[in-house]
Design a protein. Structure first.
Length: 404
């Protein structure tokens, strides 16, 4: 038995798969709640109210979604070039550090100058931490997954050293508490507040504009065409004269830059207006570097769809805290629930890719979930394989594509 799907039906189903994966994860979460003796209907009701039920709840959700959107948009750029950025946590840290040092060591300037300066500094810090694994991947064939994860560790150690030493608040030394945090940063660097709120700043608006600009970049500019061409087939891109190595390095650099921008927004949009950590990346980022990957996948690796996906995932995080308080379940359950969402969304993404991989042609989806072998190989190979088996994609010379 086979199901014949039209082109339009396949696209609708493909973009519905991530949402269905979230509902499946919540169903498993309901089973866990029942096993713990809690009422899942009450729990999920409180979760929805806690995330979307009031103005303050909406603001909390939007602010939580903002770094996810920055990171997720950067992840889309990297994935479109067929590279995987797992280093957004470290890139956020470097962005926060660069922006913080700019505010600490630059002279006092008007807000309309200082805010762009600290945001550009955040971009530069993240871009540097993205360029390193990008160059290693492009020119020296170093696996970007390993290099970005290792650089996360380097970033957290660097942050701990700076916030416990050169950048520490002098008042912490006087009190002897030595909490790893900076002093209150200059007020001219605070992100402007909107709508008379004491919390809602321009960060979310900036994140949405960045996502829209990324869509334009990827589908309306020559650079975006080169990024997507390299992601689909390095050999075809090279044959067309595209500098593949340079483009790979640029993709991770741009991805890191947006993560760095998220780090800057976290520092200067926070209520304390200082950079603080507990000695781990999560203490600063709140795991936004990893959750942003899920938001990108939930949005189908499309920058525009990543906007509502980030908002939804931000709601799950904020609402999860309300759920925990309402039904008195361990905090580990909320972590497990978010983990289930991650697992289901990532696992389901393979089927989304299958549905979209032969865009423009009718496709049969067999009831065992598999495509015919020749179509599956050609579709997934074009998306995931950097070079066909038996070839050496990086071993070929590229005109005008010299090492950095």
């Amino acid at each position: 038995m086979s199901i014949h799907l039209s082109h339009q039906q396949r696209r609708i189903l493909a973009y519905s798969i991530p949402v269905l994966a979230v509902f499946a994860a919540l169903l498993f979460g309901a089973i866990m709640l029942v096993l713990l003796g809690a009422n899942p209907f009450e729990g999920y009701s409180e979760m929805f109210i806690g995330a979307f039920g009031s103005g303050n709840a909406l603001i909390a959700t939007i602010l939580k979604a903002t770094p996810l959107l920055f990171v997720g948009t950067g992840i889309v750029i990297a994935f479109r070039a067929n590279v995987i950025n797992i280093g957004a946590e470290g890139q956020m840290v470097l962005g926060g550090l660069f922006a913080t040092m700019a505010a600490l060591y630059l002279p006092e300037m008007p807000s309309f100058i200082m805010v762009p300066v600290i945001l550009i500094a955040g971009l530069a810090g993240g871009a540097l931490w993205g360029w390193i694994p990008g160059a290693l991947k492009a020119y020296y064939r170093v696996n970007e997954i390993l290099s970005t994860i290792m650089l996360n560790i380097v970033a957290v150690q660097l942050m701990s050293y700076l916030l416990r030493g050169p950048l520490i608040d002098p008042a912490e030394i006087e009190r002897g508490t030595r909490i790893p945090q900076t002093e209150r940063l200059m007020e001219s660097a605070d992100l402007p507040l909107l709508f008379g709120s004491d919390r809602f700043h321009i960060g979310p608006v900036l994140a949405v504009l960045v996502a829209i600009a990324t869509y334009y970049l990827l589908w309306r500019t020559p650079l975006g065409y080169r990024l997507r061409a390299v992601g689909l087939s390095e050999h075809a891109a090279r044959y067309a004269g595209i500098p593949v190595r340079r483009t790979i390095a640029l993709a991770l650099t741009m991805s890191g830059a947006l993560a760095g921008l998220a780090g800057a927004v976290l520092v200067f949009g926070s209520e304390s207006h200082r950079m603080v950590t507990d000695g781990s990346t999560m203490g600063f980022t709140g795991s936004a570097g990893f959750n942003g990957i899920v938001a990108a996948l939930l949005g189908g690796l499309h920058p525009i769809w990543t906007i509502p996906a980030s908002f939804l995932f931000g709601g799950l995080i904020v609402g999860g805290q309300a759920l925990q308080r309402a039904v008195q379940v361990p905090s580990a359950l909320i972590v497990a629930l978010n983990g289930l969402v991650v697992v289901f969304v990532v696992a389901a993404d393979r089927y989304r890719v299958r549905l979209l991989s032969t865009d423009g042609r009718a496709q049969e989806v067999e009831d065992d979930g598999k495509m015919p072998l020749d179509e599956e190989d050609s579709a997934l190979g074009a998306v995931y394989d950097a070079a066909p088996m038996g070839t050496d994609s990086y071993g070929q010379d590229e005109s005008g594509d010299d090492p950095p």
